[in-house]
Design a protein around this ligand. Structure first.
Ligand code: ZN
Length: 153
């Protein structure tokens, strides 16, 4: 019996150590990774409408500097994707390739280079449940490959 009690204690301890992992699986916190091949690892992201705030963390798994292969994560209404990419191109790296005051940009991260991580947190009230949203990288020429859909479920 003593042996069984010790086993149960061990199981309880293992259970407790799993808790930080469960917290990381918060559906309101999303991750996406870009690489040196001008690709995101995901073509779709979604968060539940029950999230008050949504955080998107962008990782750059490559090695190239942001001047050569910079990536950001920009959220827009789907029909605005091409226009926001065009406007961002003219804004330059110093402005993270996002035109100042562009109301079509719902949320965006800064531009990062290889090995870097950045994130953006925005209110889900910016979005309509079931609305059609897109995300893209506005580094010049990247949006053709680096884009995807964003859904508030
Ligand atoms: Zn990019």
């Amino acid at each position: 019996m003593k042996h069984l009690r010790n086993t149960l204690t061990a199981v309880a301890l293992v259970g407790a150590s799993v808790l930080p992992l469960a917290a990381h699986a918060d559906p309101c916190k999303l991750d996406i990774t870009g690489n040196d091949q001008m690709q995101y690892d995901k073509q779709a992201l979604a968060a539940p409408a029950s999230c008050k705030q949504i955080t998107v963390t962008l990782h750059h798994a490559g090695k190239l500097p942001k001047q050569a292969m910079g990536h950001n994560w920009v959220l827009v209404n789907a029909p605005d994707l091409a226009a926001v990419a065009q406007a961002g191109m003219g804004a330059g790296l110093a402005n993270d390739y996002v035109a100042a005051g562009d109301k079509r940009v719902l949320a965006h991260t800064k531009i990062i280079g290889g090995g870097d991580t950045t994130s953006v947190t925005f209110a889900s009230s910016l979005l309509k449940q079931g609305g059609s949203y897109s995300f893209l990288c506005t580094f010049p020429g990247h949006n053709a490959l680096m884009h995807g859909t964003f859904t508030l479920n």
